[in-house]
Design a protein around this ligand. Structure first.
Ligand code: AMP
Length: 483
């Protein structure tokens, strides 16, 4: 975080007793920097431009003062409309915001609803018939209901745009323009975006009136709390590597608790999950082809650690709040460097430390270079396991000989219909390669092996000239070979 607010308490910010009680129940006493900066002006009714990404506490930064504003205004819940509208890019984020609104507003007696793509429109129509105080919506579904005259925006007193840059990336620009024409001119607007490209600035101009600007967590700061490691590994050998890691056959830093794996494509995510299932490592995938119930189940199984490996695409994972992610594994590097920061930001949330591991294939070196340049990321290079070649070529111990290192709950069956949702996803543009034998070929990473893979709790050997820099060694992972 950019600054600490250790001496400041929520009581100092002017919030009401019911909201303070709700915070007490959540166990939060100290505001995060964005909360400390945003809450006072929002309480005064000012428009806000918040430059912040998920993990900074921004949801509470807009929700807490808004709840108090709504309480103070004492307006009636409008018929077929809402008093506060929160727009979010993805179903998961919308769900989380709605949950936060319910938690924070528990003592305030406000009605909270959410509507997202991929669920029954009829149900949404029914539940919004009597109106609601707070509505959290993805733009597409909201416009559907407006077009059907099932809902209107004339009652909106507070409008929140969350992750506006992501909404633009997902093609919601027209929806946002249309919504801006439908909300009352007299309103308060709270606008959040992790980045500020020109298109976002234009949108801010369209939506906000003299907004107070608050900015936290320059992207590199998040990365500072995260230990970042790198394996150079061939694309078609990544699966073997992840299997060895998850089965505890290769010691990596930190204790594996909940592992979030990123692939670039939906198909790639499904492939990883399927292969992990084949060796007894339960994992779920979360991406744009999964139905809403499938996504929810994957998330809840991950949160409860029933299925502690979640394989996600960028869009699906954006904005998801998953506490306790111990490791983020970049199975494939993102081709947009900022996406790398979003990915690794899934670990190390709300002040915790985290570990990010990147698998970089030869043809991803350009992505790696971009990531290093754009984010100042410092990677500590890890060697492939000593017996990696043998395992890849099928002469090592069979995969089934090892117990999964992660708790092994039952593997969740998957299936179900693909659904169109409020998000897009890329398909894998690369041709499928046959697995070539690399017997006798020199190692690409130029190392002569020397990896002590899980022997007697030895740490993974690191190459790269003792980089280290930012990567302090803080954790000891039971049997994880962490020094
Ligand atoms: P957000 O950026 O809104 O997604 O929040 C990130 C995480 O931080 C969520 O799990 C919040 O519940 C949590 N959080 C928000 N505010 C605080 C706070 N003041 N103290 C501790 N955790 C918080």
């Amino acid at each position: 975080m950019t600054q600490t607010s250790d001496n400041l308490r929520f009581e100092d910010l002017g919030l009401s007793q019911p909201v303070l009680q709700a915070l007490d129940l959540k166990g939060y006493s100290t505001p995060t920097p964005i909360q400390a900066q945003a809450i006072p002006p929002v309480l005064k009714g000012r428009d806000l431009l918040g430059i912040a990404q998920t993990g900074t506490g921004k949801t509470a930064a807009f929700m807490l003062p808004s709840i108090d504003r709504l309480r103070d205004a004492e307006n009636q819940t409008p018929f077929k409309s809402c008093r506060m509208l929160v727009l979010a890019p993805t179903r998961e984020l919308a769900g989380q915001i709605a949950q936060s609104a319910k938690d924070y507003g528990a003592m305030a007696g406000l009605k909270v609803q959410s509507i997202v793509g991929g669920t029954s429109v009829n149900k949404d129509r029914n539940k919004l018939h009597r109106g609601t105080d707070i509505l959290v919506a993805t733009p597409g579904r909201l416009l559907d209901l407006i077009d059907q005259k099932a809902f209107g925006l004339s009652g909106v007193e507070i409008l929140v745009l969350d992750e506006a840059d992501q909404m633009l990336d997902l093609g919601f620009i027209h929806a946002l323009r249309k919504i801006s024409q439908l909300v009352p001119k007299e309103r308060q607007t709270l606008f959040f975006s992790a980045t500020m490209p020109k298109a976002i600035k234009d949108l801010v101009g369209q939506y906000c009136r003299e907004p107070v600007q608050v900015s936290v967590t320059p992207e590199s700061t998040t990365a500072e709390r995260i230990e970042q490691y790198l394996f150079m590994v061939q694309q078609d050998e990544k699966q073997t590597l992840i299997e060895m890691i998850l089965k505890g056959r290769h010691p990596i830093p930190g204790k594996l608790e909940r592992v979030l794996v990123f692939t670039r494509t939906k198909h790639g995510a499904d492939r990883v999950v399927k292969k992990l299932a084949q060796i007894g490592v339960p994992a779920n995938a979360i991406h744009g082809n999964k139905s809403q119930p499938q996504r929810e189940r994957a998330l809840s199984e991950f949160k409860s650690a029933k299925t502690p490996v979640l394989v996600a695409t960028d869009v699906a994972a954006r904005g998801i709040d998953i506490p306790g992610v111990s490791h983020v594994i970049n199975f494939e590097l993102p081709n947009v460097p900022e996406q790398y920061v979003h990915r690794i930001g899934r670990t190390a949330r709300a002040g915790a430390d985290g570990i990010a591991i990147a698998f970089c294939a030869e043809d991803e070196r350009a992505y790696l270079k971009d990531i290093r340049k754009t984010t100042d990321a410092e990677f500590e290079r890890l060697d492939l396991p000593e017996n990696f070649r043998a395992v890849v070529e099928g002469v090592g111990p069979t995969k089934r000989e090892q117990k999964p290192r992660l708790a092994r709950p039952k593997i969740t069956p998957r299936g179900g219909q693909a659904q169109r949702g409020d998000e897009s996803d890329r398909t894998d543009p690369r041709p499928k390669k046959k697995h070539p034998s690399r017997a006798g070929k020199p190692r690409r990473d130029g190392q002569g092996g020397g990896q002590s893979a899980g022997q007697g709790g030895q740490p993974a050997q690191r190459s790269g000239g003792g980089g280290g820099g930012r990567n302090r060694r803080r954790r000891s992972g039971g049997g994880a070979g962490r020094s």
